[in-house]
Write a protein that binds this ligand. Structure first.
Ligand code: ADP
Length: 268
């Protein structure tokens, strides 16, 4: 029987990351998985066209991962199947002075996708319960109450027609070491490496605890988190594609009705 990957990857309130193997393959074959990616994303693309035409719903895909976890690679490899006109990708780095002068949800809300489009957040409001917690930028009481803000913010988005899908690209520490080493050794990749990445890597366990708690606290039925096995890029890509397909099928966007009198019309 086919594995229900979407269900298997879904985070629950009792999430234990030890139950999610970053090297999982679900018994798939690499070459077959690449072909299936074309197939699955073909269907996602057709649904995206309907989403765009219907202009009733939006989809917000939140991508979070450790450094070198594959956020950029996922965007490049999976999202390229979609019509760029209907996709809006935003990355959230260290907040600017203006962003810092507002509440932490301000900058992300501003970039929430418009109806008919798919928004992708490369990092997101979750940084405010991840890096902010690990680096102790604010006291515990401040980041802890943000779980509730985030649940309520995302609930508001879903109530208003934006489907929120959250993906944690779950990479192992060994795989991160290899990818960082490759970045340093390859002159065309070196620009991606910052010395600060080593500090984050040294706090691996603290980040894992922060991810675990964030996923436990904010994975809801209307805005679920998924733990995507991310050591193997081909597995990661297909899992992400299947999750997107699952959610777009659930939305089931319908083409708007055509104007009266088009049946049998012949263009003069
Ligand atoms: P990436 O590593 O995603 O390719 P950058 O190299 O620009 O992109 O890194 C973005 C950095 O911004 C990360 O170190 C991340 O932890 C940091 N960051 C993002 N959001 C916040 C935030 N709200 N507060 C502090 N730092 C943040």
């Amino acid at each position: 029987m086919a594995v229900d990957v979407v269900k298997r990857c879904r985070a629950t309130a009792r999430l234990d990351l030890a139950d999610h193997d970053p090297r999982e393959t679900f018994g798939w074959d690499k070459e077959a998985a690449k072909l299936e990616l074309d197939e699955v994303m073909g269907e996602v693309d057709a649904l995206q066209t309907r989403l765009f035409a219907a202009e009733e719903h939006a989809v917000l895909v939140v991508l979070q991962a450790m450094d070198a976890g594959g956020k950029d690679g996922t965007i490049r490899t999976v999202m390229r199947y979609l019509n760029p006109a209907g996709v809006d990708v935003n990355a959230f780095g260290v907040p600017s002075d203006e962003e810092r002068a507002h509440d932490y949800l301000w900058r992300v809300h501003h970039h929430a996708p418009t109806k008919g489009t798919i928004g992708v957040f490369n990092r997101s409001h979750y940084e405010d319960v991840l890096v902010v917690r690990v680096k102790e930028f604010v006291p515990e009481g401040v980041w802890r109450r943000r779980y509730r803000h985030i649940r309520e913010f995302e609930r508001m988005l879903t109530d208003e027609g934006t489907h929120v899908v959250k993906l944690f690209l779950n990479m192992s520490a060994d795989e991160q070491r290899d990818r960082m080493q490759d970045r340093i050794d390859d002159p065309t990749e070196r620009w991606k490496f910052r010395m600060g990445d080593l500090d984050d890597r040294a706090q691996w366990d603290q980040y894992q605890a922060a991810f675990r708690d964030a996923l436990r606290e904010t994975s809801t039925s209307s805005a679920p988190w998924y733990v995507v096995p991310a050591d193997r890029k081909w597995v990661r890509n297909l899992v992400v594609a299947k999750i997107l397909l699952h959610h777009l099928r659930a939305i089931d966007p319908q083409l708007p009705p055509s104007e009266e009198g088009l049946d049998g019309l012949v263009i003069p």
